[in-house]
Design a protein around this ligand. Structure first.
Ligand code: FAD
Length: 303
């Protein structure tokens, strides 16, 4: 059996596996797609100590670092079930069952897509999901934020400090964000809030140049010229396969303590699939290190 089996090959999983392997214990990684969300990222400017890199380039460095160690990497394999017996068992979609003394879940998350024309086409060409990552690219420009929940309104307030103008589009007749956030939003001079509107299309040529929406009360269609669209309608953790086994919060995020431990002894979690406060590469890597050290501590106390 493995000592530490990591499920997920994004920044959290890679970091966890390297930290575990450096203890000289038997370590494996199962990943549906090694690299995770950073495979879909163009420019990265907030991975501290690296001024600028690109997603696939950072994934290549992660892979090279992982390969420095004796880590059994099982790429293109999806875990579908976890069961705690004497050892922890992970069943893969292909039917194989892997056994390990400890497991670190680092299956990440995905941004919920709007599903309108132009969204996929202009991804990284004006369509963005992360204001902390891509906000500064829109300095002095006009951007839209889709979604009036807490994350949408936080994004709008954040972007209003960088962009020239921010238009918020909310599908429902009212914003869902906390009152204090709404107050702060409405106090800003360069923000317009459109409620009860349905985004119809993100328009552009080689990059985004506008957004079309329908006023749900009148049925009229409108178009705004702008350069960026931030979609903030939810970040969904990849934890469905753990339903009924590991304790999760109402968003489906795995609940972890400060050692990365879950409610099941020997099972740890790290990165965007957990209830960590912020979802970023550097934070995912830090939590991967924490979970690996947590798992190592568990091993020396329990075996
Ligand atoms: P992920 O990167 O989501 O990796 C999850 C891993 O688990 C993947 O390997 C996946 O294939 C695997 N997996 C999922 N389910 C299973 C399963 N059932 N079995 C096996 N494997 C599974 N952050 C920044 O700090 N700076 C940025 O500039 C930045 N830009 C971004 C741009 C975009 C377009 C996106 C989408 C995100 C961006 N982020 C950025 C956020 C950052 O990518 C994430 O916070 C980070 O990747 C989280 O790492 P993770 O390892 O927790 O999860």
């Amino acid at each position: 059996p493995f000592d530490v089996l990591v499920i997920g090959g994004g920044p959290a999983g890679a970091s966890a596996a390297i930290y575990a392997a450096r203890k000289g214990i038997r370590t494996g990684i199962v990943a549906e797609r090694f690299g995770g969300q950073i495979m879909d990222t163009l420019g990265i400017e907030n991975f501290i100590s690296v001024k600028y890199t690109e997603g696939p380039k950072l994934v290549a460095s992660l892979e090279e670092h992982v390969k420095q160690y004796d880590i059994d990497v099982m790429n293109l394999q999806r875990a579908k079930r976890l069961e705690k017996k004497d050892l922890i068992e992970i069943e893969l979609e292909n039917g194989a069952v892997l056994k390990s003394k400890t497991v670190i879940i680092a299956t990440g998350a995905r941004w919920r897509n709007l599903g309108v024309p132009g969204e996929a086409e202009f991804k990284n060409k004006g369509v963005a999901y992360c204001p902390h990552c891509d906000g500064p690219l829109f300095e002095g420009k006009h951007v839209a934020v889709i979604g009036g929940g807490n994350s949408g309104i936080e994004a709008a307030i954040d972007l209003a400090g960088i962009a020239k103008h921010v238009t918020v589009l909310e599908f429902m007749p009212e914003l869902k964000a906390d009152a204090v956030l709404q107050e702060r939003l409405y106090s800003l001079p360069n923000v317009t809030v459109l409620k009860n509107v349905q985004t119809k299309e993100i328009t552009g040529d080689d990059k985004v140049n506008g957004i079309s929406y329908i006023d749900r009360e009148t049925g009229e269609e409108h178009h705004i010229e702008l350069q960026g669209v931030f979609i903030q309608i939810g970040l969904v953790p990849n934890t469905d396969w753990l339903a009924g086994t590991i304790e999760r919060n109402r968003f489906g995020e795995i609940i972890v303590d400060k050692h990365g431990a879950t409610n099941i002894p020997g099972v740890f979690a790290a990165g965007d699939c957990t209830d960590s406060a912020y979802k970023q590469i550097i934070i995912a890597m830090g939590s991967g290190a924490t979970a690996a050290l947590g798992a190592f501590d568990y091993l020396i106390r329990n075996s």
